[in-house]
Design a protein around this ligand. Structure first.
Ligand code: EPZ
Length: 420
């Protein structure tokens, strides 16, 4: 089994260009189904989740080619409207294909996306919203059988009781195939939603309001292929910043919009880091031990992102002072805590709360990733720890990072991937 070998306790120094955003590329690739013809998506990261999505597009009948960081999807001839369980199981966020297939073909069949390491991942908001647009969706033996009603999909006001990222995206795609105007009230405001709006506009869709709680789509017009560049991955960026915060040193990031990381930057500054943004470069300097920063509560954007919770915790666990984390978004997102404890971290968990008491300096250990961001957090902790840390469970990390070891080495880290 391959693993990351990290020699910690040395400050970082260097510059890295952040990969394209996983959580933007995935819905954009699904949205390419809406337009017959070849669309080009640039800055598309090489991730196993992206490969799984490309496999689904090919299975549906698309011609898919990758050249460097550009992926070209020709959705002229769709041959299927069903996604087998074997591919759905790879990645639960493939539920986004429900809206895309309903919009393009008026029907879709996919297996119920299960839960994951983070706990149950319900899709009740997705289904209720698509039904409100006129989709008839039957749930039979774990499969979702959907088709546009007799009158097709029709636009209307949709209210989301939770600003769900996936539900907002699913409704945006289905609404492109609905007659009339759809208004999503209570929409998620994540930057990835704005990126999806940007791509849909390139296809000729009439979409507005992304980034605000009200997104409007006027559907029914035929769409054409387009070209688009995916935004930088703000969570990968947060990972590299927290790595530098944990190890100390000075790093520069390019390829992402610092404005998408405000909540994370605020925490790092409160912990004692210096952050500067100039043009396209985001730099961070960390000297000495990180301080405790009171409370960190995960919340929908622009609140503190749940995907950065483990990563920031790993950095603060090796500092001084206490920080209370409250994970409000998912039921089971503390798998990394036991592994951090093996490195000497002092963390008490009670339900959604985790109290981190800075241990001054962690010690290298053998640790195992149990989920994508928890695995990245263990690498962050290893960089700040004395001695050698070995991180296994790399398939989790490959879902969201093109090459974590490569990017950390570009920042001066002593990290190698040892094939196993
Ligand atoms: C997206 O997941 C991201 N994934 C997640 O990133 C991210 O953690 C999450 O948004 C929150 O920001 C992708 O974009 C592919 P939600 P999503 O629907 O859309 C509840 C990573 O590490 N909910 O915004 O599934 C849900 O249980 C991944 O890159 C319902 O109750 O998240 C959760 O508590 C992990 N019913 C809350 O809403 C529904 O129908 C937010 O979930 C849908 C969601």
């Amino acid at each position: 089994m391959s693993y990351l070998e990290i020699r910690g306790g040395r400050p970082l120094s260097g510059r890295v260009r952040v990969q394209g955003a996983k959580n933007s590329a995935l819905p954009i690739l699904a949205a390419a189904l809406l337009a017959p013809g070849e669309s080009a998506i640039r800055n598309c990261p090489r991730l196993t989740d992206v490969s799984a999505t490309l496999d689904i597009l090919r299975l549906l009948g698309c011609r898919v080619e990758r050249e460097g960081d550009e992926v070209r999807v020709d959705a002229a001839c769709l041959e299927r409207r069903d996604i087998p369980h074997s591919l759905m199981r790879e990645m639960r966020s493939s539920v986004i294909f429900l809206g895309a297939l309903l919009a393009r073909l008026g029907e879709a069949e996919l297996s119920y996306p299960g839960g994951c390491e983070l706990g149950p991942r319900p899709i009740d908001l997705h289904l209720a919203s698509l039904r409100a647009l006129g989709a008839e969706i039957r749930e039979e033996q774990g499969a979702l059988l959907a088709r546009a009603g007799r009158n097709g999909l029709r636009g209307r006001e949709i209210c989301l009781s939770i600003p769900s990222v996936g539900a907002t995206e699913n409704v945006m795609l289905a609404a492109c195939g609905a007659e009339g105007t759809t208004t999503i009230v209570g929409a998620a405001r994540e930057p990835e939603i704005e990126d999806l709006q940007g791509f849909l506009r390139c296809l000729g869709a009439r979409v507005s309001g992304a980034g605000s709680p009200v997104v409007t789509v006027t559907g029914g017009a035929p769409l054409h292929p387009g070209e688009y560049r995916v935004m930088g991955d703000r969570i990968a960026g947060a990972t590299y910043l927290c790595a530098a915060a944990a190890a100390g040193g000075e790093v520069e990031l390019s390829g992402l919009d610092p404005g998408t990381l405000t909540a994370v930057l605020d925490c790092l500054e409160r912990a004692g880091c210096e952050v500067h943004t100039g043009g396209e470069i985001l730099s961070l300097t960390a000297r000495g031990h990180l301080r405790g920063i009171g409370a960190v509560r995960t919340a929908p954007y622009p609140g503190f992102p749940t995907d950065a919770q483990a990563i920031l915790m790993a950095a603060l666990a090796g500092g001084e002072g206490s920080t209370l984390f409250v994970e409000n978004m998912f039921d089971s997102r503390y798998h990394h805590v036991d592994e951090l404890r093996r490195m000497g971290a002092e963390i008490q968990v009670a339900g959604r709360a985790a109290m981190v008491t800075g241990a001054g300096r962690l010690r290298g250990a053998e640790v195992r990733s149990a989920d994508l961001r928890g695995g990245a957090a263990l690498a962050v902790a290893g960089l700040g720890a004395e001695g050698i840390t070995r991180v296994t469970g790399l398939p989790h990390i490959r879902r969201g990072y093109e090459d974590l070891a490569r990017d950390l080495r570009r920042l001066g880290a002593d990290v190698r991937e040892i094939p196993g």
